[in-house]
Design a binder for this molecule. Sequence first.
Ligand code: AMP
Length: 422
Amino acid sequence: MKLLVIGSGGREHALAWKLARSPRVSRVLVAPGNAGTAREDGLANAAADAIPELVALAKREAVAFTVVGPEAPLAEGIVDAFRAAGLKIFGPTRAAARLESSKEFAKQFMQRHGIPTAAYAAFSEPAPAHEYVERQGAPIVIKADGLAAGKGVVVAMDAAEAHAAIDRLLADRALGGRLVIEEFLQGEEASFIVLADGRHALALATSQDHKRLFDGDRGPNTGGMGAYSPAPVVTPAVHARVMREVIQPALAGMEKDGTPYSGFLYAGLMITGDGRVRVLEFNCRLGDPETQPILLRLKSDLVTLIEHALSGTLDRAEAEWDTRIALAVVLAAHGYPDAPRKGDAIHGLPPPTEDSHVFHAGTALNGDDVVTAGGRVLAVTVLGGNVRAAQRRAYEIADAIRFEGVQFRRDIGHRALGGPRK
Ligand code: AMP
C-alpha cells in the first residue's frame, strides 16, 4: 500500500521512515518533505501544499491513508476536507483541533470536564489584563490565545515582564488579539502522547523535550533543541494518573461535546514533587523533536496501530517498545531561533544504523548537496543502554556533521541524570 504524510519537518521524516518499515507499505509520499525524505529508502517527496492539492494527490496516488504532521493544516480543516472526499486520514477535525488552536477553548474544556490545569482568566483588552496581573502578582504566565509556533507564551518572573508581555502579545495582530493569563506552576515537565480513535487511547512512550537554546535550560525559547524517551518523572503511578485524570476525561469530554477526538493527542504536563499532574497545554499532533526518539523505540508496526485508530479498535491494539533509551539532539542553523540562515552546505551525514538515524528537518537539496533550509536542521537520534551511553553516541555523530554556524546543546537528557530542574 501507499501512504501519505503531510509536513516537512523532523517529526514527518521520522513518521514516514517508521511507516515505510512496515512490510505492507510499498511507498510513503511526503508532501512537501525535505532532503531527508527525498533520499530515504521507501519515501518520495510530492510537491503539494494547499488542501485541495493534497486531496487530489491522495486520490491520484490511491493512498490507503494519510497522516498529518503539523498543527496548521489540522486547524485549517484538512481532516474534514479529506473525509468529505471519501479519503482516510488520521488526525482531528477542525473542531476537535481547537484543543490546540485556541488556548481559551482548551482551558474552558478542561474546566468543564474536571481536567487538572492552572487557574486562568482570558482578556481582549489591555486594562483588565494589567489589573489582573496587579492583583495576582508574579511569577505569572501570559499566553496568546491562537497558534503562535511556540512564540506566544511568556513565563514572566516579575510584574514588569508580565505587563510588557500583555502589551506585546495583544499588539501582535497575527496572534488573534486575545490572551490567557494563568497561574505559574512549578514542577517537572513531560510530554505524554497517545493515539486516539474517538473513544479509546493507546499511550505512546513518554518523553521530555528541551525548549531553551542553551545548555542548563538557559537562553531563548525554541521549537525544541532535543528530546529523550522515556521520561523517568512519569513513573507507573504517574502514568496511571495521567490516563485516568487527563486522557480518558479528555476523550470522553470531546465525545460528549459532539467533537470526538481522533488523531495523536499530546498533553504537555507539569508534574509536581508529590506526583500530582496538571495540563499545561494540549497539542493535536505529535511533538517535534519528541517523535524522533519515540518512534526509534517503537517496535510495533505503526501502520497497524493507525489502522486500529482509524477503525475505532485501539482498545485491541498494543504497542511494543525497545527497552533502551532513545535520545535526539537537534542541530540548528546559524541565527536560530530569530533569523536562521539558509543555504549552508551540510557535510558528514552518516548512513542510518540499527541504533541511530539522522532525521532531517530544515534541509533541501541543491543539486546533489544537502543544504540548510530552516531553523532546526537535523535531529541526530540514537538508542543507548542508558542516558550516558546514548549521549556519547549522539554527540559522536553530531560532532562529525559539519555546516557553517551549526548550534546544538551538549546536555540533552540532563534531567534523567539529575541535572538542574526548572
Ligand atoms: P505551552 O505552549 O502552553 O506549553 O507553554 C510553553 C512553555 O511555557 C511550557 O513548556 C512551559 O515550560 C511554560 N509554561 C506554560 N504554562 C506554564 C505555567 N502555567 N506555569 C509554568 N510554566 C508554564
